[in-house]
Design a binder for this molecule. Structure first.
Ligand SMILES: Nc1nc2c(ncn2[C@@H]2O[C@H](COP(=O)(O)OP(=O)(O)OP(=O)(O)O)[C@@H](O)[C@H]2O)c(=O)[nH]1
Ligand SMILES: Nc1nc2c(ncn2[C@@H]2O[C@H](COP(=O)(O)OP(=O)(O)OP(=O)(O)O)[C@@H](O)[C@H]2O)c(=O)[nH]1
Ligand SMILES: [Mg+2]
Ligand SMILES: [Mg+2]
Lengths: 279, 293
């Protein structure tokens, strides 16, 4: 309806910007992307609304592909350590359950660390996910020291020759410096056990989050260095458009997206599919 | 900040003069950008700007405020007007047990907020609440409510394996009546507004227990999607109030304006932290200042 025939005029460009804003692109990114798509269109033969749609999709996809990274190589360190972080309620624990199942389906032996020693029933929740995928969970119960749990889990992973260790952490707002300090401590403890660990630090973002995602990525990245993003809850109506601006600003790849609450509901990020789902 | 940007727009307008068509247009562009950056939904921004523009036209620039400050003042005033000037309390005016149903998307803060409300009811309102979890889906959800509920000194309905949410709701209501509880707080599973089956479950539960309050719990960092969520939940359930959570972060919280605009329902409380005392009554002026940035 937005693209059927028709010429590309100022009204259409404004309408496209509006659509991107409503997909959580953010005003600046929306306007930059539409401008860039128009330039792409101007170099084409056909310049109608349909061609503009293609140009817009190509532009967005190009931005996402620019920071996409290939699958992690199979010759890895053992254990390959994945630290999962993010603000409260975004889907970290659930994503870990899904990731564990994903690695197991590739015949990797996975160990989970119950690093959320703060929130009520957090350990029990991860343990249930461990049961669902048949993974051992290392925990020390509530109010234990998170770094100490991760330390023990690493030792167990190394001793028992696990391929992958995934560490859950408590949700925390990026503005709370004492909580960010706790994350730095967890990272230091891992680094002492293996200088290259954690090998992957995933920041989980809720797909319904708006422009605050920028501040979240900024603060977590500054504190401990993020290597990849996971965008959850894209099975709802939110578009997660903020990732386009994020890829530009921080050059971080989206590794996976969450599309539901079940063990199977994790997809490796596919820029093409993401763009198709936008409009 | 918005005030700096507005000062730049108006720096040619000194002393006397009125806010006219041209300088208002530039000013409104800045206000639009600020509101969008704050995550207010685009349609809500457009309608809001139209109202503020009308109020600004012909407004005399006088007194000690600069034109930029005058516009901010008009915007701030309109924001507070839209968001509900007076903060409303929990509606407990019903035959006990007064039923309160907590609803919202996954991870928005319902379970934590249920315990916060229980604490408030016990300590500030001298009420005796019974808490019950209808979340049969999320691993350890019932454990979580039992833990935080007991931590604030509230009774939590014991769970019974294999029960479905409708049956738990009925049993909870019965237990609340038998036990002489004044309030029944029902925690529900997070769900998508587009999940027909789960939305029907909620409608059925509401039909069974006839809640006096249906509180939509919304994460304050929600972006444009806030209108979709609020509209759907409100259409299906006719919510009576909204609670905005995680306001202790640095999200601008424009979702507050979107939700209020689309449902017309009052924002009753703000979640201000992870602990059970992290709950405050809604302050429209504070939320307005934050949206403006
Ligand atoms: N629909 C949907 N729900 C999800 C998805 N991922 C997680 N959830 C739900 O989001 C809610 C929060 O998930 P958790 O895994 O507890 O989130 P968390 O980040 O570990 O939360 P905290 O530890 O409290 O910070 C749960 O109800 C999950 O089932 C997803 O991709 N889609
Ligand atoms: N910082 C902060 N964290 C909060 C606030 N309210 C809730 N949380 C946290 O947000 C996360 C999710 O809270 P829950 O109460 O589990 O959310 P929920 O809506 O019940 O989640 P589901 O049942 O999975 O839909 C937890 O880590 C809470 O501690 C708040 O006001 N501030
Ligand atoms: Mg968790
Ligand atoms: Mg809950």
């Amino acid at each position: 309806e937005l693209f059927i025939g028709g010429k590309v005029d100022e009204a259409l460009l404004e309408e496209l910007e509006d659509q991107l804003v409503m997909a959580d692109f953010g005003v600046e990114t929306a306007s930059a992307i539409v401008r860039e798509a128009k330039e792409r269109l101007d170099r084409k033969q056909k310049k109608d609304a349909n061609a503009m749609r293609e140009a817009l999709r190509d532009t967005i996809r190009a931005h996402l592909e620019a920071v996409e990274q290939g699958v992690v190589p199979s010759q890895r360190v053992h254990p390959w350590v994945i630290l999962v972080v993010g603000v409260n309620g975004v889907g970290k624990t659930t994503t870990i359950g899904k990731l564990a199942a994903f690695y197991q389906s590739n015949h990797e032996k996975v160990l989970l660390a119950a690093g959320d020693t703060y929130r009520a029933a957090a350990v029990a929740q991860l343990q249930k996910w461990g049961e669902r995928c048949g993974c051992l969970v290392i925990s020390q119960g509530q109010d234990a020291d998170a770094a100490s749990v991760v330390h023990d889990a690493f030792a167990a992973a190394r001793a028992r020759r696990y391929d992958v260790l995934i560490a859950d952490t408590a949700g925390r707002l990026h503005t709370k410096s004492n909580l960010m300090e706790e994350l730095k401590k967890i990272k230091r403890v891992l680094g002492r056990l293996d200088p290259s660990a954690p090998h992957e630090t995933l920041l989980v973002l809720d797909g319904t989050t708006g422009q605050n995602a920028i501040s979240q990525v900024q603060k977590f990245h500054e504190a401990i260095g993020i290597t990849g993003l996971v965008i959850t809850k894209l099975d709802g109506t939110a578009k997660g458009g903020v990732v386009v601006g994020l890829s530009e600003k921080f050059k971080l790849p989206v590794r996976y997206i969450g599309v539901g609450e079940g063990l199977e509901d994790l997809r490796p990020f596919d820029p093409r599919q993401f763009v198709e789902a936008l409009f | 900040s918005l005030s700096d940007r507005l000062e730049a727009v108006f720096k040619k307008l000194k002393g006397q003069g009125s806010l006219n068509e041209k300088n208002i247009r530039d000013a409104m562009r800045e206000v639009r950008m600020a509101l969008l950056e704050a995550d207010v939904h685009l349609d809500v921004v457009k309608s809001f700007i139209a109202r503020v523009r009308e109020k600004s036209l012909g407004h005399e620039v006088m007194g000690s405020l600069t034109p930029g400050q005058q516009v901010i003042h008009l915007v701030h005033k309109e924001l507070i007007h839209v968001m509900g000037g007076v903060n409303e309390r929990l509606n407990l005016a019903a035959q006990p047990p007064v039923v309160v149903l907590m609803v919202g998307l996954q991870g928005s803060g319902k379970t934590t907020t249920t315990a916060k409300l229980a604490k408030r009811l016990i300590e500030k309102e001298r009420r005796k609440p019974l808490l019950a979890s209808l979340d049969v889906y999320r691993p350890a959800a019932m454990d979580q409510l039992a833990t935080v509920g007991e931590a604030v000194g509230a009774k939590v309905l014991p769970t019974s394996v294999g029960e479905n949410p409708r049956d738990i709701a009925k049993r909870a209501l019965q237990s609340a009546r038998m036990g002489g509880f004044d309030v029944l707080l029902l925690d529900t599973a997070g769900r998508l507004h587009v999940d027909a089956e789960l939305m029907t479950e909620l409608v059925d539960v509401a039909e069974l227990v006839k809640p006096t309050e249906i509180l939509l719990v919304v994460d304050s960092m929600t972006g444009q999607d806030a209108v979709n969520v609020a509209r759907s939940f409100d259409e299906k359930l006719n919510v009576t109030g909204v609670i905005l959570t995680k306001t202790d972060g640095d999200a601008r919280g424009g979702a507050a304006l979107s939700v209020r605009h689309v449902t017309g329902k009052p924002i009753k409380f703000l979640g201000t932290g992870e602990t059970v005392d992290g709950l405050e009554p809604f302050h429209p002026d504070r939320v307005a200042s934050r949206i403006l940035g």
